[in-house]
Design a protein. Structure first.
Length: 131
């Protein structure tokens, strides 16, 4: 990939994240942007790979800890969800069929996860919220 293509892809991700995080605090907006950019660039959901993809000028472990801490502290799911719906509703026409299959990410009996504590907190929070 040429550097101009890389720059343009990064710019599009940042613009998407700017719309997605509208109304969130600056630290939460940066966290969401870092996670989405790291996922896209690192091609992996692991925090270590996301951290490597960010290529920050600090120790890798510090970046992993920051992302993990922010993931555990993040609680503005409703705002994020509504911003996302506002973004995609312009793309969806009346005659379109939208199918969502989230069964592959639901693991109600799983216990061996990289960050099991944070996963359980998020799963419990999602179950309690009516978004």
């Amino acid at each position: 990939m040429k550097s101009s293509e890389i720059y343009q892809a990064k710019r599009e991700i940042i613009n998407f994240c700017h719309q997605l995080t509208k109304g969130l605090s600056k630290p939460n907006a940066k966290f969401i942007t870092d996670m989405i950019y790291g996922l896209a660039k690192g091609c992996s959901p692991l925090l270590s790979e996301i951290s490597r993809a960010l290529e920050e000028d600090i120790d890798l472990l510090s970046t992993i800890k920051r992302l993990s801490r922010n993931a555990m502290d993040f609680n503005d799911y409703a705002k994020l969800y509504h911003n996302y719906l506002d973004m995609i509703k312009r793309q969806i026409k009346d005659d379109m069929l939208v199918i969502v299959d989230n069964s592959d990410i639901t693991k109600p009996y799983g216990e061996q996860f990289e960050s099991y504590g944070a996963f359980m907190m998020v799963r419990k929070a999602v179950r309690r919220r009516d978004i």
